[in-house]
Design a binder for this molecule. Sequence first.
Ligand SMILES: [Fe+2]
Ligand SMILES: [Fe+2]
Length: 285
Amino acid sequence: MKKDDKILEKIFDKVDTIPTFPKVAYQALYLLREEDIDFKKLEKIIKSDPGITANFLKMVNSPAFGLPQKIDSLFKAFMFLGINQIKFIIIASVAKNYFEKDLIGYGMKAEEIWLHSIACGFIAEEIAFDLGLSPLKIEAVYVASVLHDIGKIVLDLYTKLEIEDFRKIIMENPQWDFIQVEWLVLGVDHGLVGAHLLERWRFPKTICFAIRAHHDPDLMIQDEIASITGLANILANMIGIGGGVDVFNYRIPDNLLKELNIDVKKVYKYLKSGLYKTLVFQRGF
Ligand SMILES: [Fe+2]
Ligand SMILES: [Fe+2]
């Protein structure tokens, strides 16, 4: 057994309070991949989970989705939204339930990490559209980008005992990013932990890899979904949404834009619209 595996085993032995990814969301996403979608069936599936339904309806009424009227039923929402938007909102509705508590060890408020995840989702979506990705790949980009920091939740629960050490090192060393502190204190990082969690939830390998790689430039450039997720995370940090105290440590790795064939001018567009969409979203939420 590798050293990483041992540490992961220890962490997940202690942290069994993370609810599994809801079946309802898998079923809904699966249905949305069909050519002829039965929206009544989709409504029935989502409605069986009141928490996701409430989050969905709240989110859909955010000005970020630009709907012309107040929406009070899932079915009505489906009529106004595109398939990609429905997928995005389902994934975000699930993610919201995981980002409900402040991350004490990281010194982050629940709202910060939640908005950071949404910002990352908006930016990743725009990059994926520009690159002309297939619907299935766009769905993978949504999951990977919105859930990319989920490992922080696991580590925050795990670090309860060492929390003061963890917090102190982060606060006293603003030149370090969270990843460096995680390796120093815990011997693992939140990308690895998040990927492990999604593997347990049986997500496709490409999504797990994107989460694993989102702070590792050498890894992320090996895969398109991982590159998009990694870049979106850097840009979400650069616009100052939900980054922690390590926000100024983010730089775009030299070969990442080249690998994705993205012109640097596009980066400004992503920064601008990512910030705009997230602020509009925040206003409505
Ligand atoms: Fe991260
Ligand atoms: Fe992040």
